[in-house]
Design a protein around this ligand. Structure first.
Ligand SMILES: Cc1cc2nc3c(=O)[nH]c(=O)nc-3n(C[C@H](O)[C@H](O)[C@H](O)COP(=O)(O)OP(=O)(O)OC[C@H]3O[C@@H](n4cnc5c(N)ncnc54)[C@H](O)[C@@H]3O)c2cc1C
Length: 433
């Protein structure tokens, strides 16, 4: 029998919509506390293969995983169990605790717990690729505070000379939100994948469940509490589709430019991206190495019009320049649009100049840049505006827990923060149950 056949007849304690870092954590924490949890995910829970084909199905289908903006730049997210963590670069950064305290939220207890539960350590030297090491050496020679970054990677299961984390690690070496989904299932939660939630069901002004489509059939499920965790694009869309917000939501996206240059004495191209880097908090700029698989590199080179560089993948060093962009643009029912402001462009200007200096110091020639692209949609249902300090919307029993609630312009790897928010929300829900 289909596992999901009887969801209508079960009264759940919590329905969680979306299985990315935010949703997986709430589902896991609530299931561990004995709650009856239903987790609905529109993507597939098929095992990760580490292939371009599977990654593209998750994150490159236009209007689903990939959104082309008016200025020709791209925003991507993954539609899959685990959300974008399935294909992310596994860089761990602790949440800025003072920022959340300003909004009445203490994430310190959640962070302490997570450090015991999730790997967050720099890679051992044997897993730092030759390209990352060359870039780090050059950056340090220039006086930059360039350090190994914490990674959500089980080093004992990770292999050198491998590039598959970017496509979805098939070896279980990279921690993803699927780890928490599995734990939620082990504690009795039910996951229905390929189940697209279309709206929140309301009774007397309270959330009582959701309507969703699975295998072409419209279904309903009911719970005491509904948590939207559809990510920075998915959650504001669901609020709007449910008549619970008006107008298109704005967002941040933490856009990135890849600066690339060829060296003559390295034969590489297969390594963990973002092994090391530096974060300039005041400037809102992050730089890191970002060696990508050949097909992705070639897409960047082609997009930049550098057909002369198409065959240089194994010799190309890449530095990622990420900026903290201003919140703006809009999320519509079928599209997302976000263009750079003058302040955003000034940050890119500075960051790209630094990346070029580092590459030149590393001995690179034929240096060129990609257009900007982005992978961190968020800030679209802000704490203090779209949700309160307990992440509840103005609709009783309806919460949001994902990158959309991040309350200010961001520019950081968000995953650990979202895990903390998931734990924080679960603690609150348990206290008021
Ligand atoms: C290429 C790439 C590299 C990255 N690298 C890093 C990194 O190194 N470190 C870091 O911290 N972060 C990184 N990120 C960002 C990070 O992965 C995301 O910010 C994070 O996954 C967002 O989590 P979330 O819970 O907000 O939602 P998401 O991960 O977006 O998950 C939301 C889930 O909800 C589902 N959903 C949406 N709407 C519905 C609906 N209506 N019904 C059912 N399901 C729905 C989606 O299918 C999705 O699976 C990267 C992202 C990408 C794409």
């Amino acid at each position: 029998m289909d596992q999901g056949a009887a969801v209508e007849s079960v009264a759940y304690d919590v329905i969680v919509v979306g299985s990315g870092p935010g949703g997986a954590t709430v589902a896991r924490e609530m299931a561990r506390r004995g709650a009856r949890v239903l987790l609905l995910e529109q993507g597939s829970a098929a095992p990760l293969e580490g292939t371009l084909r599977q990654m593209a199905a998750m994150a490159a289908l236009p209007g689903r995983g990939a959104f082309l903006h008016r200025d020709g730049s791209l925003l991507v997210r993954a539609i899959a169990s685990g959300g974008s963590s399935a294909i992310n670069y596994a860089t761990a950064m602790a949440p800025p605790l003072p920022l959340f305290l300003r909004h009445g939220i203490d994430l310190a207890p959640a962070l302490r717990q997570l450090r015991e539960e999730v790997p967050m350590l720099p890679l051992p030297d044997r897993l730092v690729g030759t390209m990352a090491a060359r870039i780090m050496g050059a950056a340090r020679e220039l006086g930059h505070d360039w350090r190994k970054l914490d990674k959500m990677i089980y080093a004992d299961q990770c292999r050198s000379g491998c590039w598959r984390c970017t496509y979805g690690c098939p070896f279980g070496a990279k921690w993803t939100a699927r780890n928490f989904v599995d734990d939620a299932l082990a504690h009795g939660a039910l996951l229905l994948d390929q189940a697209r939630v279309t709206r929140v069901l309301l009774r007397d002004g309270r959330a009582v469940g959701v309507e969703f489509v699975r295998a072409g059939t419209v279904r309903q499920a009911y719970a005491d509490v509904v948590v939207l965790a559809g990510g920075g694009i998915g959650s504001p869309r669901l609020l709007r589709a449910s008549g619970l917000s008006s107008g298109a939501a704005a967002l941040f996206s933490d856009p990135v430019i890849a600066v690339m240059g060829t060296v003559d004495d390295i034969d590489g191209g297969k390594e963990v991206p973002m092994a090391a880097g530096m974060h300039l908090q005041g400037d809102g700029i992050t730089l890191a190495d970002m060696t990508l698989p050949k097909a992705m590199y070639q897409a960047f080179a082609a997009q930049a019009g550098r057909l002369d560089r198409l065959l240089a993948h194994r010799r190309t060093l890449t530095v990622m320049v990420k900026i903290r962009d201003q919140i703006g643009g809009s999320i519509g029912p079928l599209w997302v649009d976000k263009t750079l402001t003058a302040a955003d462009r000034a940050k890119f200007h500075l960051g790209v100049r630094m990346a070029r200096e580092i590459l030149t110091r590393a001995g690179a020639h034929h240096v060129f840049e990609s257009r900007h692209f982005a992978a961190h949609p968020g800030g679209s249902v802000l704490i203090g505006a779209g949700v309160d300090q307990h992440l509840q919307t103005s609709t009783e029993k309806l919460y949001v827990c994902d990158a959309s609630v991040i309350p200010e312009a961001w520019g950081l790897p968000p995953t650990v923060t979202l895990l903390c928010l998931g734990k924080y929300l679960a603690a609150h829900l348990s206290a008021v149950r």
